[in-house]
Design a protein around this ligand. Sequence first.
Ligand code: PEP
Ligand code: MN
Length: 371
Amino acid sequence: MTLKTAIHSTPQTSLTALLARRPLIISGPCSAETEEQLLRTAHELVTAGSVDVFRAGIWKPRTRPGSFEGIGKEALSWLRTIKAETGLPVSVEVANARQVNEAIEGGVDILWLGARTTVNPFSVQEVADALKDHQLPVFVKNPLNPDIDLWTGAVERVQNAGIEWVGLIHRGFSAYGTTLYRNAPMWHLAIEMKRRHINLPMINDPSHICGNRHMIPETLQYAADLGYDGVMIESHFDPDQAWSDSNQQLTPQDLKTILGQIIWRQKKLPLKHEALIEYREQIDQLDDEILSLMGKRMVLSEKIGIYKGRNNISILQLKRWADILERAFKKGRKMNLSDDFIKGYLSTIHLESIRKQEEQMNRESKRNDPE
Ligand code: PEP
Ligand code: MN
């Protein structure tokens, strides 16, 4: 079933139709600006063959007042023209009940909740309530802050409203100050979200993650390597003149070039994959060994806890901790393990070791001081 049929079919249709279109390419400008800009971008995208669903923000949640806040419902008729001329399904961001009603009445096929909406359960609930008697696909972007419970909550509110097609858009998380990315991808959070919602498609929005054009190819390839189902990516026939997010938008031609270079990995294992099975067996064995060593290491931590308790020595010994790290960095570098990895790995162990020592230390003092 094509995406188009899927969108217009009954509520019973499953998400598989969306997944079958993998990679799903949703593209279009950050904002609808003028009818000419919107139509020209849509036609150029179709000519480049790099779009399945057309997107455009018509209500724009801007950080500061006074910036361009979107054309509003006037742009709905432009989107209808695009649908009629190109056959593409069209999608917009909605953040309140009025926008949901106007978008649906205006013939919009797919809706999405933006990061500034997902973050607020009141807004999400308002949108969900407005969706109650409707059936159309809804994508939920991750919230601004790195909180996947909040993301999950938004998904549940939309699902509880009866919406059967819910997809996830990973657009990165806000960070304070200047960082490499406009919004830190924090891939591990997206991976955990996908693990929790295994049946929901997840697409990547490299435009809002990167905030610039040059980092988009490597970011998108990373998402494709992980097995994302597609992409929402901003495009504009003349990005430098865009009224919002001009640094990150791509021309339809550049988008075509980038998409042509991306390798989308198969999600299902091929039938013959003996080598992979063997590697996995070896990894399982090594994991078992690491775990049994870890158990032994923690027994030593407990002994240290008892010792420190008896001798009234504080658990945290900064010099020792610095020495452990330094020693591991040196060794790790020889094994091709990054300092970041070593630090994360040893910090987790160290915290657990502190917990174990604390347990033993308190047990010791209780024993010495019976009530
Ligand atoms: C957008 O898609 O243009 C947008 C506002 O995105 P986000 O909600 O991810 O910031
Ligand atoms: Mn944008």
